[in-house]
Unconditional design. Structure first.
Length: 283
């Protein structure tokens, strides 16, 4: 009886998540939020194409002189330090400050934060500007949470996302941000709740900038539901993972997965989304 009850409870929770994911995607398509991306050179193309195929409107505006004119008009911002140089940091800070002051959601992707002391310090300073969401892989979240670099594999993670749950919770509590850890299971936490998103496919790791694109997509989902940052982040991660799963079924390898992932994201329909959402509460 207890087993049945808990199965029914988790089924109804799964249905709620599925409805939430579909509603969020529909809202992104309908509202087409303007997402400013200050992202690394490697990822600009895939981030922009991911946002377009999801129905959002990307703008890669990164010059510090343009931020006072442009950033007040955006719906969300994504800052990614993947190819950070000292010249770029003032733009990132200026845009983050405008976003925070105007109550616009913004996402920090601390890409390869454990590469250098310069990058770690920059990310910690950016966290001081109150991102709504910090999205990293396991190694990046562990480095930020402990404010120390540890070992580095550059942009790739040397940890499983599940190794970073405690680090993610502690970073969420200290920063006030929702923390999202990508990996085999995507973890999302506000420091209290911990949600696991089980969509996605291993081959997504073999395409550069899928993590960066996910951060951009989270920004688009936050734009349409900024008061529910945890739920919007979970939805974005699930949608991106489902697109990856569908894409893989049509792909011969990473290059064609890149193409099919974008096509799948563009073509997602309600039945497919509802049947594929795989989200569980982990704590
Ligand atoms: N082993 C895996 N199984 C399923 N999905 C994965 C796996 N590894 C990564 N992903 C997915 O790939 C995307 C990019 O995540 P990840 O590779 O962790 O980012 P990053 O490129 O920032 O390190 C996410 O959507 C994530 O869910
Ligand atoms: C390879 C590389 N080097 C610096 S940034 C970057 C892209 C990282 O993208 P992702 O974090 O999505 O793997
Ligand atoms: Mg990354």
């Amino acid at each position: 009886m207890e087993d049945w009850l808990s199965r029914m409870e988790s089924k109804s929770e799964q249905n709620e998540w599925s409805s939430g994911v579909w509603d969020h995607l529909t809202a992104v398509r309908r509202q087409s939020p303007l997402v400013q991306c200050i992202t690394n050179f490697v990822s600009m193309d895939l981030v922009a194409n991911t946002l377009l195929s999801a129905g959002a409107s990307p703008a890669m505006v990164h010059s510090v002189v343009e931020i006072p004119d442009f950033t007040p008009h955006i719906h969300a911002l994504c800052v990614n330090v993947g190819t950070l140089t000292p010249e770029w940091l003032p733009s990132m800070k200026a845009a983050a400050e405008v976003a925070s002051q105007l109550g616009k959601p913004w996402v920090l992707d601390p890409a390869a934060v454990n590469c250098s002391g310069f990058r770690l310090k920059a990310c910690l300073e950016l966290i001081g500007l109150k991102p709504s969401v910090i999205k990293g892989n396991g190694s990046e979240i562990i480095a930020l949470s402990s404010a120390s670099r540890g070992q580095t594999k550059g942009a790739d993670s040397s940890h499983e996302s599940t190794d970073a749950i405690e680090a993610a919770k502690s970073l969420a509590l200290s920063s006030g941000a929702v923390v999202a850890v990508s990996g085999a299971v995507d973890i999302v936490t506000d420091g209290n709740q911990v949600i696991g998103v089980h969509n996605g496919t291993k081959m997504m790791q073999r395409i550069t900038a899928t993590g960066c694109s996910l951060a951009g997509l989270i920004a688009a989902f936050l734009a349409i539901d900024s008061s529910r940052g945890l739920e919007a982040t979970v939805s974005a991660m699930s949608v991106f993972g489902i697109a990856g799963e569908l894409g893989e079924a049509m792909a011969n390898g990473p290059a064609s997965l890149r193409m099919h992932l974008i096509d799948s994201l563009y073509g997602l329909d309600e039945t497919t989304v509802r049947s594929r959402v795989n989200i569980t509460r982990l704590g």
